[in-house]
Design a protein around this ligand. Structure first.
Ligand SMILES: [Zn+2]
Length: 412
């Protein structure tokens, strides 16, 4: 419909998220900055004007007819680049086996690692594109994608390459994809000195390929221990990498406090966070990233989202889209779960996967709000009340998705 990226959306219920400081904490997470009958003018791929009855013209006009318009959703924690499938494991877990015992037996992440290593960079790129096209159907217009299924210098670098190429692809309308290095996703039992090699060899190689890439780790029993995670982070920080950490998913190993002390951008999971660490997160500048789809798919445990918000933490929300513990492309499903299982208000859930998620990715000045100067990444929903986004389970799909003002997806 529009190649130039110039258009005018008339008569939308515009959920701007324009009010207040970025990122949002506590009561500010409920202030969505709604314009009841708003227009949005897009020029050159950016939001040019937002307001009521704009005196403006554009080559293309969309009559929103009172439907809600939100910023494109930001999925700040995904593992959407992988090959193979985990359907056998799915069935074994349904029959009663638990995740860590499957991991110890060489399944779980390692089965995806084997399939990912065997795939070409082009195949990995195409698989990533296909998953992100599904995410877009539920309103995602920016996504973080982690490596971590290569677990060798060569394969981790190819994953970064595949993610970068997917982000440049026409199929995704050049959707913003942010790669994160997660070479510390698991321990490869077949590589001697695996952790040392990840720190000394793989991390620097990935940083040479993509300077400034964020470094993540999975600190958990059976995965990376606390001390090795600390050593990885010290090296990564020295190379200029922002830090993020998978922590407290099944066991609290003390890594949450360590990550905060090292100035990490986020601590993700937190299902097993101790009561004492909640105020520590809340007082810090490190965001808490909630991943309720994992609890839904594994053991029914959820991070204390309500307590974290009430304590004043920066809270974000993501799908954790991955083949093992969260095979979902849908941020609206994550919102539905966050409200029901973590007791977030619908407005808080939306703030958590727009403005606060953009903050986690260092993209607050580009995406996550409908304000002039930001990218025209916008989603029109066939709903009149924003609470409907979290109310419908496994939906609703997006009606129209714009990336930099271009039509990236149409529903219906
Ligand atoms: Zn994850």
């Amino acid at each position: 419909m529009t190649g130039s990226g110039d258009l005018l959306i008339r008569g939308a219920r515009v959920i701007t998220l324009a009010h207040g400081a970025v990122p949002r904490r506590a009561a500010a997470m409920r202030d969505l900055g709604v314009i009841e009958q708003g227009d949005v003018l897009v020029r050159g791929g950016l939001i040019a004007q937002v307001g009521e009855s704009l005196d403006a013209e554009a080559p293309h006009e969309i009559d929103a007819a009172g439907r809600i318009l939100t910023p494109g959703l930001v999925d700040c924690h995904t593992h959407a680049c992988w090959a193979g499938d985990r359907l056998d494991e799915f069935e074994r877990r349904l029959a009663g086996e638990d995740y860590l015992s499957i991991l110890r037996a060489g399944g779980g992440i390692m089965s995806t690692v084997r399939a990912t290593r065997a795939a070409s960079t082009d195949q990995l790129r195409d698989l990533t594109i296909a998953r992100l096209e599904r995410m877009m159907m539920f309103g995602t217009t920016t996504a973080e994608v982690k490596t971590g299924y290569g677990l060798s210098t060569e394969a981790e670098c190819r994953m970064v390459q595949a993610i970068l190429e997917a982000g440049r692809s026409e199929e995704l309308c050049s959707m913003r994809l942010v790669p994160t290095f997660l070479g510390a996703h698991a321990i490869d039992p077949e590589q001697p000195d695996f952790m040392q090699r990840t720190i000394d060899e793989t991390l620097p190689a990935v940083v040479r390929l993509h300077p400034g890439i964020t470094c993540d780790a999975y600190c958990e029993q059976g995965a990376w221990p606390l001390e090795q995670t600390r050593r990885l982070f010290e090296r990564a920080a020295g190379l200029g990498c922002p830090l993020r950490l998978h922590t407290d998913q099944f066991h609290s190993l003390g890594a949450t406090a360590m990550a905060i002390g090292m100035g990490a951008r986020s601590v993700d999971h937190l299902e097993a966070i101790t009561a004492g660490d909640v105020p520590l997160v809340a007082r810090s500048r490190t965001a808490a990233v909630l991943l309720p789809v994992s609890g839904f798919c594994t053991d029914g445990r959820y991070a204390p989202g309500r307590a974290l918000i009430d304590a004043g933490a920066i809270v974000a929300l993501a799908t954790n889209c991955n083949p093992g513990t969260a095979p979902s492309p849908s941020l609206t499903f994550a919102m539905a779960l966050a409200c029901r299982m973590m007791k977030l208000a619908p407005a808080e859930a939306l703030t958590a996967c727009t403005v606060n998620a953009a903050h986690v990715l260092g993209l607050s000045d580009c995406v996550g709000r409908i304000v002039p100067g930001l990218a025209a990444d916008l989603v029109l929903w066939d709903e009149r009340d924003v609470r409907a986004l979290a109310y419908e389970v496994a939906g609703p799909p997006a009606e129209l998705v714009l990336i930099a003002g271009r039509v990236a997806h149409t529903g219906g």
